[in-house]
Write a protein that binds this ligand. Structure first.
Ligand code: PLP
Length: 458
């Protein structure tokens, strides 16, 4: 007979009947209160002054205005969020893709309560709890269709740091190669190195060049020729090529196997590591990894994820394992983020999100049908749609940046939070919180979006 492990003090505490009852009551009360958030609500005028002061205080503290006057109250109901001014809005940008399971998601709040009762707020280098083990296991198990799976994942707290870790591994493996390849108009984050790789002039203003970057057009007709030219010009000097398979910040430009496969094959042939940035695409296309969606798993050396997973991570195989000392950090993530990340990875594994009949494709079709129907009525009002899965964009008003920004701000006031992408043309984008969105909420929000579009066009 298997000998039972003696119970830990922690297990006894978390399962103490009084503690369990307290957690049950908290969740029950959350459900009762969040039910009051059942649609858009305008701001409470009595809160306006204090709210403006808070916005001004935060803007001054961070030395720059917030894009939206958004300070959350700390409660929501799926796609709906309450702000500190008493307004309730549909959040269709989800913190640029972070709140993929909506606001006050009961499973995530429950995980947060457990984590809040844990001994430490943060986990990291010298201090890992069981959530770090589980998150790593779930993530490695979730990637079987990406080139036969990965052997390792290194956790971290931001998307750009997961990218830095991938890049460091590629440099170490391919030393002394010191150049990087990336796509034109890519976004990869804003550390000193990634401010250079991210292809936006304003983000490099005044930042020293630490890594030389050679750009390849995001265009299947010309990309391979340009890549070959770079390789011929700098033979043996490229450590890796960064692939952003759907350009997020660039305007939701969706690539294709036709674009990526020849480039990846050429990189492999030339000993250049194939690095895929899935910070924005993870869990948002009709497959868990966009790499899998585009059928590129056999060609990829490393993938990094973030945003929807709450905890960021770099996945790699034994052949890219770093030498000791290359990667480390004080914090991996907060215990709450790790606990929530475990719930999210399990939900993504067990839910009906992916495939042609999955929720992601269903929401995509619903929104893009609506956009097409507006466009067929009035092609000057809207063009598109662009994007994939629950990354959906469209170009209103011919993409005029001033008009598009004004529209997005008006939409915020009217009760729907979206964001812009690209610059010329500027698009409107949604990152739909598919794990916390109902069809009814989508329909309600859409009425506001369409009304606001027509109103701004007058
Ligand atoms: C494709 C991509 N890579 C990297 C990042 C950077 O992630 P983070 O802001 O968490 O550092 C982002 C953020 O928007 C992204 O979209």
């Amino acid at each position: 007979m298997k000998k039972e492990e003696p119970s830990l003090v922690a297990d006894a505490f978390h399962n103490d009947p009084a503690v369990r009852e307290a957690k049950r009551i908290l969740m029950e009360r959350l459900g009762e209160h969040q039910m009051q958030l059942d649609g858009v609500r305008q701001a409470d005028p009595e809160r306006a002054k204090r709210y403006q002061e808070m916005i001004a205080e935060l803007s001054a503290a961070r030395s720059g205005n917030l894009y939206f006057p958004y300070i959350g109250s700390g409660i929501g109901n799926g796609a709906l969020v309450e702000l500190g001014d008493g307004s309730v809005k549909y959040d269709f940008i989800s913190g640029i893709g972070v709140h993929h399971f909506g606001h006050s998601n009961p499973k995530l709040v429950a995980a947060g309560i457990e984590a809040g009762l844990s001994d430490t707020v943060m986990q990291g280098n010298l201090q890992q709890n069981a959530e770090s083990v589980e998150f790593s296991r779930l993530l490695l198990e979730a990637a079987p269709n990406t080139g036969g799976g990965f052997d390792h994942c290194f956790l971290t707290s931001t998307g750009v740091m997961a990218g830095e870790n991938a890049l460091k591994i590629a440099f170490q493996k391919n030393a002394p190669a010191n150049r990087v390849l990336a796509f034109e108009h890519c976004f990869a984050g804003r550390t000193i190195t990634f401010s250079q790789i991210t292809d936006k002039p304003a983000y490099r203003q005044g930042v020293p060049l630490t890594v030389p970057v050679d750009y390849v057009p995001f265009d299947p007709d010309s990309a391979l020729k340009v890549l070959n030219d770079h390789i011929a010009r700098y033979p043996g000097q490229h450590a890796g090529m960064i692939f952003e398979l759907v350009q997020g910040e660039g305007g939701f430009n969706v690539g294709s196997e036709k674009l990526f496969r020849p480039l990846m094959e050429r990189c492999r042939e030339a000993g250049i590591s194939v690095l895929v940035d899935e910070v924005q695409t993870f869990a948002r296309t009709p497959a868990l990894f966009a790499t899998e969606f585009f059928g590129l798993g056999d060609l990829v050396d490393m993938i990094w994820i973030g945003k929807a997973s709450q905890v960021c991570a770099t996945l790699f195989r034994k052949d890219h394992a770093p030498q000791p000392g290359l990667l480390s950090q004080t914090f991996t993530a907060g215990s709450g983020a790790l606990a929530a990340g475990c719930v999210i990875l399990r939900e993504l594994r067990d839910g009906k999100f992916f495939g042609p009949d999955g929720l992601i494709q269903k929401y995509h079709d619903r929104v893009t049908d609506k956009l097409r129907s507006i466009e067929s009525e009035d092609p000057d009002l809207v063009s598109g749609p662009f994007g994939i899965g629950v990354m959906i964009a469209f170009t209103p008003f011919g993409g005029d940046p001033a008009k598009v920004s004004a529209f997005v701000k008006k939409l915020f006031d009217r009760g729907v939070i979206a964001f812009v992408a690209g610059s010329h043309p500027m698009r409107v984008r949604f990152l739909l919180p598919v794990g916390g969105l109902t069809v009814q909420q989508l329909e309600d929000a859409w009425e506001i979006i369409e009304d606001t579009l027509r109103e701004e066009n007058r």
